[in-house]
Each structure stands twice: as C-alpha cells, then as structure tokens.
Design a protein around this ligand. Structure first.
Ligand code: NAD
Ligand code: MG
Length: 397
C-alpha cells in the first residue's frame, strides 16, 4: 500500500472556537493532515501550545507586539517555526504554493481578505467565516468560479445543506428539482422572550448559548437571530437560491442541522449532535468520511423534535437581513458592518441589546446602495458603514 501524502493545511483563526475544533479533528488523523501554518490575532500562549503540538512551518500573529514576544520565546526554546506578522501575512499563507487547504475561521470582516485570497489561489477553502460571503458574496463566488477553488461550507446549516444536495449541484436548484432550503435556528438563549424581557439582558446572558459553544461575536448574533440572518445571505450566495426559497424554522434541539426540499415532496436533512467537529471533519475529508470525535446520535434519547416560526417582532435582525438581501448590492455588507460595530459595543456594555437592531436599521437607511465589484469596493462600503454605526453608538451611549 502506498503511503498517503498528507494535505497541508493553514488554520486562520487557530485560537478560536472553530480553530481549536479543527485542530482537534486534525490531531486524530496525523497520516492525512499536516498543519503547515497557524494564524491568530494575538493569543500567543495558546498558539505556543498549538505550535508545540503541530510543529507548523509558519505562524502568523497579526498584532506586531504579540508576534515579537512569540518570536523571542520560540527562539529561546530553539523552535524552528517562523513567526510572521501583520494582516498581509494572512494572505501570504492563504496563497502559499505549498498549501492545499485553508480553514478560514477568523471572525468578522477581518477574515475576508485572507479567505478571498485563498479562493483566488484556487485552494480547497473550508469557509467558517460567514461574514466574508455576506460582505462580498458576488466577488467571492466569482473568485471561486474563476480559480476553480473547492468551497466547502463549515457553518453547520450550510454544511448540512451541502450534504443534502446532489454531488453535482452547482447553484442551479431547478435543474436538480430543489424547491426550498430550510435553515434551522436554535432560537438562542432568549427564545420565547418578548421585547420587554429583552430590555435589560447582559452580555454574559447573551453569550451563554443553550446548544453550541462558540466565540462571543457569533454567540451574540445567535441571541439576536442575526446569525440566522447572516446565514440566509450566506446560503443565497453558496447555493444560488433566491430569498423566497430560503426558509428559517426554529428547532431548539439543534439536532436537524438544516433541510433541502425537493419538487417530488422529498425532504433531505443532516442530523447529529451539535458539535462543529462534524462539519469540520466532513469538509476536511470530503468526499471521504473520517472520525471527528463526535458521538453517535441517539434518537431515542432525543425523544422528540420541536419546530416553530421565528419571532421577528422580538428579534428584528432576521428581518433586517432578509431586507438587505432583497436590496442586494452593498446592503448585506452594510448590514454586516453595522452589526459588527453594534455587537462589539454591546459586549463593551456601551449599548443595550435592543439597540443592536436599531443601529443596524439606521445604518442601512443612511448608506446608499452601490454595486460591489472587487475587494476594494467592499472594504470601502464596510468602512463607510462602520463610521456611521460608530457615530450612532456614540450618540446612544
Ligand atoms: P472566535 O472568536 O472563537 O475566534 C476568532 C479567531 O479569529 C481567533 O483565532 C482570533 O485570534 C482570530 N481573529 C480575530 N480577529 C482577527 C484579526 N483582526 N486578524 C486575524 N485574526 C483574528 O470565533 P469562532 O466562534 O471560532 O468563529 C469564527 C468564524 O466561524 C466566525 O465567522 C463565525 O461566524 C464562524 N462560525 C463559528 C461557529 C462556532 O461554532 N464557533 C459556527 C459556525 C460559524
Ligand atoms: Mg450556523
């Protein structure tokens, strides 16, 4: 039997929730995967542990001071991993000729340039960073088509849909008899609350998700239902479905990760315990299957599944996302930027939970729509929307 050549992988956002889960899966399969590089903003203690375990050729630390500290520490211990710094280092690694696969798991708009760089370089792109597609959907998908990159969704809903679509699906639902997709939502920690009950909720309450363990930004997005809104836009670009063919249903058990409805009445879905190592392992190995460390689903222990309509009265962010998708052009990028600013301000206790959708609403109203043609135009509208949202935060603080 010939020895397998391991896939060489860059993990962008290695210290985050997705990054750590990715390394957990990789560690189970040393014959298949080799960590070529790790990247993070500044969490060098954790990075150092990861470097010792995976011995990558490179590590990128965006914060220059943290990079310098790590470089000194590694040199003192005789560790040969080379430390790069600055945001450009992320692009360099994402496009490196020795790299096969890029896990794009940086949170927020900061992850767009490197995810796009990987797509432009024709890599196998494991996309966790949903904000990249929300901000730059047409530009990103165009880069994938042109380069022949393989784009594999990590977001559990999109991964479930990918698994439930035919293998030769290329964004043409009618050709494959696909009528709708259904994204499931856990409903977050405040499911069932009305607006009055949401007045005083704290960041600590918002980030304690009932089903998934995630970074702080996506946890707040789950609490506002903006996460589902971003996922609707993500699904639109990934699967070529118009907004009226994307449904959202609240499913508190988070066992059914999403569904595809076909013209003959069939509904296909992917189920499993809510653990991101399943979609990560799926995308790492696709079209093969590997163990992820996630246990087998026990349907009898599940007992029953519940479904309900999302409450867009209490959680207007979902409706705002549908609105931005209908407007098209730069509106999803504006929505994303305003949301990132508002969520950061909420986490800093500068604004209330209910102010998040208000700031997004006002920013969407203030910024005129433009067409997105390339990364520069996306970053320009992102900056414009951030400035507007920041001034709204300042005014409401
Ligand atoms: P996290 O906050 O746990 O980790 C974020 C990572 O990004 C860290 O490694 C951090 O160092 C890095 N980072 C942050 N700012 C950076 C910058 N300016 N430059 C370079 N690196 C930077 O986030 P997470 O929960 O792992 O989420 C990562 C992405 O995956 C998000 O886009 C999120 O929406 C998506 N996602 C996460 C989950 C989940 O279960 N956590 C599920 C689906 C999708
Ligand atoms: Mg998701």
């Amino acid at each position: 039997m010939s020895a397998r050549v391991p896939q060489r992988i860059v993990v962008l956002g290695a210290t985050g929730s997705i990054g750590q889960s990715t390394l957990d899966v990789i560690a189970r399969h040393p014959d298949r995967y080799q960590v070529y590089a790790l990247a993070a903003l500044r969490q060098i203690d954790l990075l150092e542990t990861q470097i010792d375990q995976f011995q990558p050729a490179f590590v990128a630390v965006v914060d220059p001071l943290a990079a310098e500290t790590l470089r000194t520490r590694l040199l003192a211990r005789g560790v040969s991993t080379e430390v790069l710094t600055g945001a450009d280092a992320l692009n360099t690694l994402a496009q490196h000729p020795d790299v096969d696969t890029v896990m794009a798991a940086i949170v927020g708009a900061a992850g767009l340039p490197s995810a796009l760089a990987a797509a432009e370089a024709g890599k196998r792109v494991l996309l966790a960073n949903k904000e990249a597609l929300v901000m730059a959907g047409p530009v990103f998908m165009d880069a994938v088509r042109r380069s022949g990159a393989l784009l594999l969704p990590i977001d559990s809903e999109h991964n479930a849909i990918f698994q439930s679509l035919p293998a030769d699906y290329r964004g043409e639902p009618d050709q494959h008899g696909v009528t709708h997709i259904v994204l499931t939502a856990s409903g977050g920690p405040f499911r069932g609350c009305d607006r009055t009950q949401l007045t005083d909720v704290t960041p600590a309450q918002a980030i304690s998700h009932p089903k998934w363990s995630m970074g702080p930004k996506i946890s707040v997005d789950s609490a506002t239902l903006m996460n589902k809104g971003l996922e609707v836009i993500e699904a639109h670009f990934l699967f070529g479905l118009s907004a009226d063919r994307i449904q959202v249903v609240v499913h508190p058990q988070s066992t059914i990760h999403s569904l595809v409805q076909y013209v003959d009445g069939s509904v296909l879905a992917e189920l499993g315990d809510p653990d991101m190592r399943t979609p990560i392992a799926h995308a790492l190995a696709w079209p093969e299957r590997i163990a992820s460390g996630v246990g087998m689903l026990d349907l009898v222990a599940c007992g029953h599944f519940d479904f309900s309509q999302p409450d867009t009265e209490a959680f207007p962010c979902l409706a705002l996302a549908f609105e931005a998708l209908a407007r098209g052009g730069s509106a999803p990028a504006v929505l994303n930027a305003a949301n990132e600013v508002a969520v950061a301000a909420f986490l800093d206790e500068k604004i209330t939970f209910l102010a998040i959708p208000e700031i997004i609403r006002k920013t969407l109203d203030a910024i005129p729509d433009t067409t997105l043609t390339d990364l520069t135009s996306v970053l320009a509208v992102d900056a414009q929307a951030r400035e507007c949202a920041e001034s709204l935060v300042a005014a409401s603080a």
